[in-house]
Design a binder for this molecule. Structure first.
Ligand code: SF4
Length: 220
């Protein structure tokens, strides 16, 4: 007979399913440098993402800041596979503390409440926040979705131009902050969200760049 689990046995299963999302209660972990922002990425408002509680793909209602996965896997970057343990266990974020695989009521209660956003963390950084707001305006997922939907209508060329302009601006702003602002390239997924060349997969397309030209390919 299978043993009934009533406490965390540190099996690591939840850590291998992806890192947690951050809540206001976790702000201090980032502010104190316990969790560095280069280990984070942002799912931007409006971006399609998987909602673990509703078990469906939905547009994000606000920024969702998450811990990155390990190379080529969704396993949380702070999980030590060899030792089967969390390397920041005493400082693990709220969701990790709330998640009890034998009783999901607590994680369901807090899951979409008090989500930490980039505004909570970097809106006072002069110059940088203006770039974030400008990027959010020019590269919003709402606009991207508008152009993707327009592909099937009679203005396909305009729709393609709209999509490629967004992709180009998204790429340029990342280059700018790294080259001129001396920003660690690993921080761009937190500051501007993941590149649209990656996230466009959620909308059923992939992007190929050839000789400075983009091609939009439907994913079959
Ligand atoms: S922070 Fe620690 S407990 Fe939370 S998912 Fe990552 S490895 Fe697991």
């Amino acid at each position: 007979m299978n043993k009934v689990i009533t406490e965390c046995i540190r099996c690591g299963t939840c850590c291998k399913k992806g890192g947690p999302s951050f809540h206001l209660e976790d702000k201090v972990l980032i502010e104190k440098g316990i969790i560095l922002s280069k280990y984070l990425y942002t799912i931007r408002e409006g971006e399609l993402c998987y909602d673990n509680v509703k078990e469906s793909i939905l547009p994000a209602a606000s920024d969702i800041i998450k811990i990155k996965g390990q190379k080529d896997s969704v396993t949380c970057i702070f999980f030590n596979e060899k030792e089967n343990e969390c390397t920041i266990y005493d400082n693990r974020p709220l969701e990790c503390r709330a998640l009890k695989c034998w009783d999901t009521r607590e994680i369901e209660r807090i899951y979409s409440k008090n989500r930490l956003t980039r505004k909570d963390l970097i809106s006072t950084i002069e110059g940088l926040w203006d770039l974030v707001e400008d990027h959010q305006r020019r590269c919003s997922y709402e606009t991207l979705k508008f152009f993707i939907d327009a592909l099937n209508k009679d203005k396909k060329d305009e729709a393609l131009k709209g999509i490629f302009d967004i992709i180009e601006y998204d790429a340029q702003i990342r280059e700018l902050v790294v080259q001129k602002g001396d920003l660690d390239p690993e921080m761009t997924d937190f500051i501007f969200g993941r590149p649209i060349t990656e996230t466009i997969r959620m909308y059923g397309f992939k992007i190929i760049k050839q000789n400075d030209n983009y091609r939009l390919i439907p994913i079959s």
